[in-house]
Design a protein around this ligand. Sequence first.
Ligand SMILES: [Zn+2]
Ligand SMILES: [Zn+2]
Length: 118
Amino acid sequence: MRMWNVPPKCLCRKHLIAEHCECHMYAGAIRKKRSIRGHIEKGQVETHNIQRRHDELAKEMLRRGYNHNSPLNFQTKRREGKVDSKANLIELSRRCKECRKRIAKHCPKATLKKKPQA
Ligand SMILES: [Zn+2]
Ligand SMILES: [Zn+2]
């Protein structure tokens, strides 16, 4: 379970739907006061961005013609966790062929290696 926090266009169908679902799961876990400490420590969630992220993923799902019937209404005062979007673009392009194609199209610079210092 994790938030990728990359531009929604860069996610394949599977990863888009999965991350959307995980926003609901994180919101549910926080509501039920279940610990997500491990996720926070591993940089997999930003508690204060769950609602915003859910809404942008839901918008992208609708734009692609997928169903979205699960509005989220989640507020929290917690501000914990920091997701590294740049590292996640690299990670996604490494582990998913479909995401790799989308990243190459929509965020072509994201996975380029830094130029070595002269
Ligand atoms: Zn939803
Ligand atoms: Zn993917």
